[in-house]
Design a protein around this ligand. Structure first.
Ligand code: PBG
Length: 322
């Protein structure tokens, strides 16, 4: 036999020489959940090891993560029902706890990369990412609200805005507003190919943000389709996005590859809540080795072509690599 592929697997030293893909905390963004008040650290029932923090404890958690090498964080707010309304007005109230927290995080840790979420659902009494009228999600009317939210977040000092709403035209609309208002340095990581997925379930538990009626299929993409991802990516490129994101990650590795092969922008992938919970649930029952399953799934996302991974495993990965 002239070709014996096993020769390149014969020892750890040889295996690491030919290893093509690597994992590093430098490529990870740690998503975190924020609640109002102080001294709260509440575990999300469907996401063992992941908590909702009030700002005082979140600052400590961020500091602990920074010591482990994590430098990028994406903060999502959990709002009580009493602060929600149909137009998500709390999202651009300058005194709201989310915006105040973002400001405080940036003031304490100016060197980190802070990302925020742009969509109506955490603040919406309808639980949808866009404005609802007569049971329909209105596109262009939603843009105005997303625009206000984006300016308020940029003003709070956020480094990267993450429009996760899937309205048409929002990247260009937000980019225009940011530039007109002196925020030309604020980046946009567009949720480019965001699918209507069952894997967001635990996240909606964490934020109490599940839709009050219907589903998100008129704006999030159909899991059966890949060509649409190219249309979305074309638009986001033209409209000025700095990163293109695919979400979820594991069931959409083909989409990550498709975008990474066709677009020069850095590709991000969101290893979503359900993907985290599945591994945790199985590992907690002793059904699989959680650390290895985590490592292997993160590797597969990078191998598919993602430069950046948003993952609830970031801290655990960092702890294990110490
Ligand atoms: C909502 C939003 C969702 C996630 C991030 N932003 C859920 C949804 O679209 O319903 C999901 C993240 C996760 O599951 O980890 N704009």
């Amino acid at each position: 036999m002239l070709r014996r592929p096993r020769r390149n697997r014969k020892s750890e030293a040889v295996r690491s020489l030919i290893e093509e893909t690597s994992l590093s905390v430098n490529d990870m963004i740690f998503p975190m959940f924020l609640v109002a008040g102080s001294n709260h650290k509440i575990e999300v029932a469907s996401m063992p090891g992941i908590y909702r923090f009030s700002i005082d404890l979140m600052l400590r958690e961020i500091e602990a993560c920074m010591k482990l090498g994590i430098m990028a964080f994406d903060v999502f707010p959990a709002y009580p029902e009493t602060l929600k309304d149909s137009i998500a007005s709390e999202s651009y109230n300058p005194e709201t706890f989310y915006l105040k927290a973002l400001r405080e995080i940036k003031k304490n840790f100016p060197e980190i990369c802070l990302m925020s979420d742009v969509a109506m659902d955490p603040y919406s009494s309808d639980g949808h990412d866009g404005l609802v009228k007569n049971g329909k999600i209105l596109n262009d009317e939603t843009l105005e609200i997303l625009g206000r939210m984006s300016l308020a977040q940029a003003d709070a000092g956020v480094d990267i805005l993450g429009p996760s709403d899937m309205m048409d035209g929002r990247v260009g609309y937000i980019r225009g507003l940011l530039d007109e208002n002196g925020y030309s340095e604020t980046s946009i990581m567009s949720y480019t190919a965001k699918y209507a997925s069952a894997f967001y379930g635990p996240f909606r538990d964490a934020l109490d943000s599940a839709p009050k009626f219907g589903d998100k299929k008129t704006y999030q993409m159909n899991p059966a389709n890949s060509k649409e991802a190219l249309i979305e990516a074309d638009l986001d490129m033209e409209e000025g996005a700095d990163f293109l994101m695919v979400k979820p990650a594991l069931a959409y590795l083909d989409i990550i590859k498709l975008l990474s092969e066709n677009y020069p922008l850095p590709i991000a992938a969101y290893n979503v809540s359900g993907e985290y919970s599945m591994i945790k649930a199985a590992a907690n029952r002793g059904w699989l080795d959680g650390d290895r399953a985590m490592h292997e799934s993160l590797l597969s996302i990078r191998r598919a072509g993602a430069k950046v991974i948003l993952t609830y495993f970031a801290k655990e990965f960092a702890l294990l690599s110490k």
